[in-house]
Design a protein around this ligand. Structure first.
Ligand SMILES: Nc1ncnc2c1ncn2[C@@H]1O[C@H](COP(=O)(O)OP(=O)(O)O)[C@@H](O)[C@H]1O
Ligand SMILES: O=P(O)(O)OC[C@H]1O[C@](O)(COP(=O)(O)O)[C@@H](O)[C@@H]1O
Length: 363
């Protein structure tokens, strides 16, 4: 349509610009890629050197750069865009929101998220079957979400088999009134079995207290997490052993199996819309933008709006309230937590004449 003669794929993430050879992408080469999981281009963490990256863009005569990834990738794309602007190059930079975590703000959702939620159903179903099959059975499923619990929240809401969903945005506690142990005891007495879903970033503050772990990061600067699933399995078993109440806990960690599957049909269609949107935007002369739907309308969003914050579950919003009412789990919230969550949702600019401005939405 636009008469493009050559499309290059950069192998291995940002460092691939300067550390590896490019891959020529032809229609034949990419014909079947939507039927596979993972990435034919390869991925990496760290290695973002904007000067070297833009040098290589210049050397190769590239005039449009499409960058695919999550919130870290978009921060990197914004830096590349600035460097290109500083050099006065005629190179368009477009971001395509791809991450199962759904942690990119402004847009309705990222590519890959629905696929992850769909595949998580299989693990939750298995946890339900296993827990139902044995006395005082607990099925525990860990899902991805380093900083946000969207996969856990939507997978829980979709399944209706989950009795408790724990996410990073909603701190919880184990002991005492309103705590997790009390709730588990109650559920087991009532139903004889239960399912718990935990996002990998949940309860990390409890883990560091009990394991006295040191803060570690991956090459991209992301927090390296302890396995909260293993830790909480151990704590629950220990607690009920002390109480002399026999339980049967089965821990399922499907995280990488979920991330590795090919995308589902709705994500395939979404991906097509993102790809078309990005190409039409760059061809129309836009640059420094991410493409994606905002309230259902596909839009071009400047990088600075995308990178200013991370998308998180707002625990004072309706969606989390819907989850709480579907699981009947305790909210684990103290008044202080609610005040803090509200402060985050309605920052200073949301206040007009001393009153909080609320917008009506079904989100
Ligand atoms: N603030 C930043 N500035 C420049 N590059 C960044 C920044 N944050 C992350 N990156 C780079 O973006 C890439 C992807 O980031 P990462 O956090 O690993 O994944 P994701 O895009 O899924 O969040 C990595 O190569 C990382 O070094
Ligand atoms: O162990 P790895 O490969 O660093 O990946 C783990 C992380 O990847 C994530 O799934 C994000 O992956 P994507 O951004 O590729 O969807 C996080 O939830 C998780 O913490």
């Amino acid at each position: 349509m636009y008469g493009v003669r050559k499309v290059l794929g950069i192998d291995g993430g940002y460092k691939g610009f300067y550390a590896k050879n490019t891959i020529t992408l032809t229609p034949k080469f990419v014909d079947d890629i939507h039927k596979r999981g993972g990435t034919i281009l390869g991925t990496s963490r760290g290695g973002h050197d904007s000067v070297k990256i833009v040098d290589r863009i210049q050397d190769r005569g590239i005039n449009q750069v499409y960058i695919i990834g999550g919130d870290g990738t978009h921060k990197g794309a914004a830096v590349i865009f600035e460097e290109i602007r500083r050099r006065g190059l005629k190179v368009a930079v477009a971001g395509i929101p791809k991450t199962i975590d759904n942690d990119i703000p402004v847009i309705d959702k990222s590519f890959g998220f629905d696929t992850a939620v769909e595949e998580a159903q299989r693990a939750i179903k298995a946890a339900h079957v296993e827990s139902e099959s044995i006395g005082n059975g607990i099925g525990l499923v860990k899902l991805m979400g380093r900083y946000c619990g969207f996969i856990a929240m939507y997978a829980t809401l979709a399944s209706r088999d989950v009795d408790c969903c724990l996410i990073p945005e909603s701190p919880f506690y184990l002991e005492g009134k309103g705590g997790l142990y009390e709730y588990i005891g109650k559920q087991l007495k009532q139903n004889g079995h239960m399912v718990i879903v935990i996002a990998e970033g949940a309860g990390q503050e409890l883990l560091s207290e009990s394991l006295q772990s040191v803060d570690q990061q991956d090459a991209s600067g992301n927090k390296l997490l302890q396995d909260v699933g293993l830790w909480i399995s151990h704590k629950i078993k220990e607690h009920f052993a002390k109480k002399k109440m026999p339980i049967n806990l089965k821990y399922i960690d499907p995280t990488y199996m979920i991330r590795a599957i090919p995308s589902i049909a709705s994500d395939n269609v979404y991906c097509t819309l993102l790809a078309h949107g990005a190409v039409h935007g760059a061809m129309a002369g836009y640059t420094g933008f991410t493409v994606g739907p905002v309230n259902g309308r596909h839009a071009y969003i400047p990088f600075n709006r995308i990178i200013e914050k991370q998308n998180k579950v707002v625990i004072t919003d309706r969606m989390w309230a819907r989850l709480l009412s579907s699981t009947n789990q305790p909210s684990f919230l103290k008044p202080r937590d609610i005040a803090e969550a509200k402060k985050e949702k309605y920052p200073a600019n949301g206040i007009l004449d001393g009153k909080i401005v609320k917008t009506m939405s079904m989100n």
